[in-house]
Structure formats: structure tokens, C-alpha cells
Design a protein around this ligand. Sequence first.
Ligand code: U2P
Length: 247
Amino acid sequence: MRGIIIVSLLILQSLVVSSSQTEPDFNFFYWVNYWPGAICDSQKGCCPPTKGNTASDFIIHGLWPQFNNGTWPAFCDQTNLFDISKISDLVCQMEKKWTEWGVWACPINETNLWEHEWNKHGTCVQSIFDQHSYFRTNLKFKHKVHLLNILIQKGIKPNDGFYSLDEIKNAIKCAIGFAPGIECNEDVKGNKQLFQIYICLDNYAKEFVECPYVPDKSCASKIKFPSLPERDSLNESLSVMSSVSTT
Ligand code: U2P
């Protein structure tokens, strides 16, 4: 009898816990990575990180909750703002994979981007993530998807060459199963070039999904894949600008 009561209580407790977990109130995620070469040749500033690894690679921008109609929530909770002490064990990895090269702020402050991403996007996904799991999930996908390798294996190299937009999307589709969104910016000559890659994830950030909404991100049918400046020339021409994010 006592056993039955205990089992019943456990079942009741699990029902209460599961009913108190909230469903995500957004539809999907963009997981966005940027190509630092597209920052350096756009003359808005080029500040390679002083710590961590500056080897050629795409860099995490963020994990953004989205609605199917192309809008998104932002800055949802002022009471749980970024706190680096909650992610201290991840900082070493983040210094390598999630740094600023100057598009948002130059000279860089490594924690600014992390703070901005949590406060703007992370606070809107607290139904599934706390600060630690939000950042850890970004790093998990970074280890899973090697965007530069995916492109290089299809002959798409960061060599200032021009590649078809479809070729780029197809290379990524071959690797992860779904086509990404591509955002372009312009180099100083006005050439459209590969800037950011938007990969879509389900609203628990577990699986890749078909993008429910792919915004028009101002590319041309052929776009440049800018090279990264040599490390030496970067040191010489490190431009110290005070351009600050307007978002
Ligand atoms: O476009 C400017 C900034 O708004 C956020 N954004 C944009 C498009 C979109 O579909 N979802 C979204 O969240 C990004 O915010 P950030 O983290 O850069 O401030 C985007 O850069």
C-alpha cells in the first residue's frame, strides 16, 4: 500500500513538473555565423581578436529566435541580463569561436558581443535555455558544422573569387540537409560578397530544419568570397575605429 502511494506521488510530481515547462513561444532559430574577411574589406574596421584563435574560420554571431512571418522577439527580460560568471567554463572556447572583428564595435571588447547576444536574443528563449545552455548550444553547433571546410570541399574558397549564390547554398545543403540563408555586404568597390550564413534550427535548437522564412539579404547571383588579410598586414593596418552597433 505504502509503495502504491509513493509511486502515485512520483507520477503526480512528474505531471506537475512537465506541465510547468513552457513551450517555446517562437517558431524556429537562425544560427548565424559571419565571415571576418567580409568585415575587413568593407572598410568599416578590421579588428582581429587579440586573444584566442584568429585562424581562418567563420565566427559565431548568434542564435536568434524567430517567428515564421520574418519578425523576431528581442530584449525580453531585463531581470536576467548577461553574467559572465555563469559561463566561465566556456570562455576559452568562446574566445576562439565567437569573437568580433569590428563590424559591431572596433576596437573590440570580447564580452560585448556575448552580452548583446544574450540580452537581445537569449532572454527571449528562457523557456528552453539558461545562460549557460544558450552559449553551450552555440558552441555545440560550431563543433558540429565546419562551414569553411564544407565550402572548400566544394571548391568554394576564400580567395576573392566569385561563386554562384546557388553553388554556395547547395554546398551547405549537401552537408546539413537544408539550404541556408546568405547575407551579403559590399566591399569597397561595391562588389556583393559573402558576409553571413543563416542556418535554421527547430524551436528547441536540436535539429536542422528547412528555413520557414528566408529573408532577402541583398546578394547577387554571383558573390565574392573575400580572402582574409594576412596576419602581418592586419597588424600593420589594424584600423582603430569607433564604429559602434546601432542595433
Ligand atoms: O538586422 C539587424 C539585427 O537584428 C537581428 N535580427 C535580424 C534579422 C532576423 O531575422 N533576426 C534577428 O534577430 C540581429 O541582431 P543582432 O544580434 O545582430 O543585434 C541582426 O543583426
